[in-house]
Design a protein around this ligand. Sequence first.
Ligand code: TRH
Length: 388
Amino acid sequence: MPFPADRATSLAIFCKVVDNYGDIGICWRLARQLQLEHGVRVTLWVDDLVSFKRICPEIDVELDAQKAAGVTVRHWRDQEGVFAASDVADIVIEFFACDIPPGYIAAMAQRQPQPAWLNLEGLTAEEWVEGCHKLTSPRHGMIKHFFFPGFTGKTGGLLREAGLEERRRQFQADPVAMQAFLAQFGVTAQEMAATKVSLFCYPHAPVAELLASWQGGGEPMLCLVPEGVAFDAVGSFIGADAVAGAVRTLDALTVRVLPFVPQDDYDRLLWACDFNFVRGEDSFVRAQWAGKPFIWHIYPQDENLHHVKLRAFLQRYALDADGVIDSLAGASEYWNGASAAGQGWLGLWPALRADMPRMTARAGAWQRQMLDNGDLAGNLLSFARLPR
Ligand code: TRH
């Protein structure tokens, strides 16, 4: 057993930032939770501290080693380096099949007992995941296990901190706190009364058309966009560079550009809005825990593989006791370029708007269903600690 009773379990996560913020976003969330809730001594090896700093401003990009939120953060600069068996953690997680430095793997093989070695995979609602979750692969005289997050009890579940639901409830039950939170970005009392939407998507989303539908829609709308998101479309609505603090109202729509906020504040943003546009993996999961209607912009893949993944999710999610929620399925497909829609957003938004109560109810039911699967950090730790 690699888990001595006389000291805390140690765990290393290796994170390669392929692009954007999801890779480090997920690893950072997992690292913090394992340390805080399970008392694990976590070392997070990450190759891109600049991206890390955007979601966690306390990171010093110059340092090779530092502590943040109780987690040891190491700058993973290259594949070189010689490690001793004593440098190796009890549990080693490679994120998205990133290549751990060969020297570290050699030390893992030398260590007695050998560490539990897990490859943490990407999130998808496709059924094949259940068959691949916890599969083994022999490597360098050791056994590597594949660990899949997911939406069913036969997967590793979703990342969710203890107390998250309670924090959300308290925040959403406190209009003063919500107003104070949004006021720091310049949101006025009058804007608080509008339908509030957060917007986080990839650059190819049809944002200009969405904004136009809100502008001409008659209902007061407030769209909050973190800096750097849909930069061109937002800039052309505002008539200037879409930098933090930029704002413009045209007819029914006000668009405000927010700074890119720290990860915990991003949760509050989702909680404070009536509707969220999210993307990738981590913000997509956070939108589910926010309990609000949302549309997902999925990370694009070759040969439109992402459309298969999108539909696999919609088949599970866009469905309630009355059947398929057509407005949600239709708008999600259109937003992701998976189908054409007659009038585009001009027709899709009013349908979604009308279905918001139904989607809110669905969000609550889905949350309850997901809670039954436990949480990814707890499930992963229990699995890694199994005697083998
Ligand atoms: O940034 P993403 O598109 O990330 C990823 C990566 O592209 C990755 O390579 C790919 O594998 C994955 O998507 C599917 O989207 P995601 O996953 O939502 O991650 C964004 C992170 O940034 C998330 O942790 C929330 C955080 N965030 C903030 O902390 N502040 C903000 O203002 C915003 C908008 C996001």
